[in-house]
Write a protein that binds this ligand. Structure first.
Ligand SMILES: Cc1ncc(C[n+]2csc(CCOP(=O)(O)OP(=O)(O)O)c2C)c(N)n1
Ligand code: SF4
Ligand SMILES: [Mg+2]
Length: 285
């Protein structure tokens, strides 16, 4: 039986006190306990950023990769051993900026994994530059006169790119986030959870209070998660009221389902004793 204490590491997170990343870490641990998945069957792949440090502080397998590349690495892990529960985690800069192409292609492939984006609408680790989700007009270290561009809309992008589970949650509501992670992992296919994650040091606009006064759960207003067009309409809501919860969910064949090579067993369980890699070595080495 998996328990919370086992998932704790000896080192304590060095995020700023009050950072929303703590809420995400606690919710993730809670979800793993609730799902009762053995830690040795979980791999967390992260990008670079404050968010990217998350795998250091949870006792599962983890890989802290390079900026914007969490999704291709996580995809490779899943395809090598599709019996594992795979998570990709990273920031808004990591996933929606430098990693944007990977984000779109991972969603249209529908590989069975969960992507948790710590969306603090700022570059936290590099001390407060504008990110692709910073709101128009926001003054940051890199935009002292205010952001000029319109921000990326991750929900709309995910729905239109083929993600089969699209959700948003809030790091200030750990219960909601834990439930969303549980639902995402249970879903067979690519799941995106965009998490509003207050950065208490560098984003003084989108604070805990700012979110608390705006967010409402879609499940409380009878939203039909099977209706793609309604999900898209909900993705456009921003202002005094902002929806969280599951926007869209659909069951479709995963990328793995289409691979005959792993139909009976994962790639890592195939015998390699009689495989001759001489030709490959000659070509590439
Ligand atoms: C290829 C590359 N470009 C730029 C950087 C510098 N860099 C490190 S983290 C980061 C952005 C961090 O913002 P985000 O992804 O939103 O994560 P957060 O720190 O907010 O969690 C940048 C630009 C880098 N490490 N590698
Ligand atoms: S800089 Fe922001 S995102 Fe990074 S640890 Fe501090 S509060 Fe969290
Ligand atoms: Mg960020």
């Amino acid at each position: 039986m998996v328990n919370m204490t086992f998932l704790n590491t000896i080192d304590k997170p060095n995020w700023c006190p009050g950072c929303g990343d703590f809420g995400i870490l606690i919710a993730l641990k809670g979800a793993i306990v609730e799902l009762n998945i053995e830690p040795e069957n979980i791999v967390l792949v992260s990008g670079i950023g404050c968010s990217g440090k998350l795998p250091h502080w949870i006792r599962t397998y983890g890989l802290h990769g390079i900026h914007g590349r969490a999704l291709p690495v996580a995809s490779a892990v899943k395809l090598a051993n599709n019996e594992l529960t795979v998570f990709a985690v990273g920031g808004d800069g990591d996933g929606y900026g430098i990693g944007m192409c990977h984000f779109i292609h991972a969603m249209r492939r529908n590989i069975d994994m969960t992507y948790i984006v710590h969306n603090n609408m700022i570059y936290g680790l590099t001390t407060g530059q504008t990110s692709p989700t910073s709101e128009k007009g926001m003054r940051t270290k890199s935009t002292p006169s205010g952001v000029i561009e319109v921000p990326v809309n991750p929900m709309a992008l995910a729905i239109s790119s083929g993600a089969t589970f699209v959700a948003r949650s809030f790091a200030g509501d750990v219960k909601h986030l834990q439930k969303t992670i549980v639902d995402a992992v249970k879903h067979r296919g690519f799941s995106l959870i965009d998490v509003f994650q207050p950065c208490v040091s560098y984003n003084h606009v989108n604070t805990y209070d700012w979110y608390k006064h705006r967010v409402y759960d879609l499940s409380t207003v009878g939203h039909d998660i099977a209706d793609k067009m309604k999900a898209f309409t909900k993705s456009q809501e921003w202002g005094d009221k902002i929806p969280i919860g599951v926007f869209y969910k659909v069951l479709q064949p995963t990328y793995e389902d289409e691979l005959p090579q792993i139909k009976d067993k994962p790639l890592v369980k195939h015998p390699i004793d009689n495989v001759d890699i001489g030709g490959l070595m000659d070509d590439f080495v």
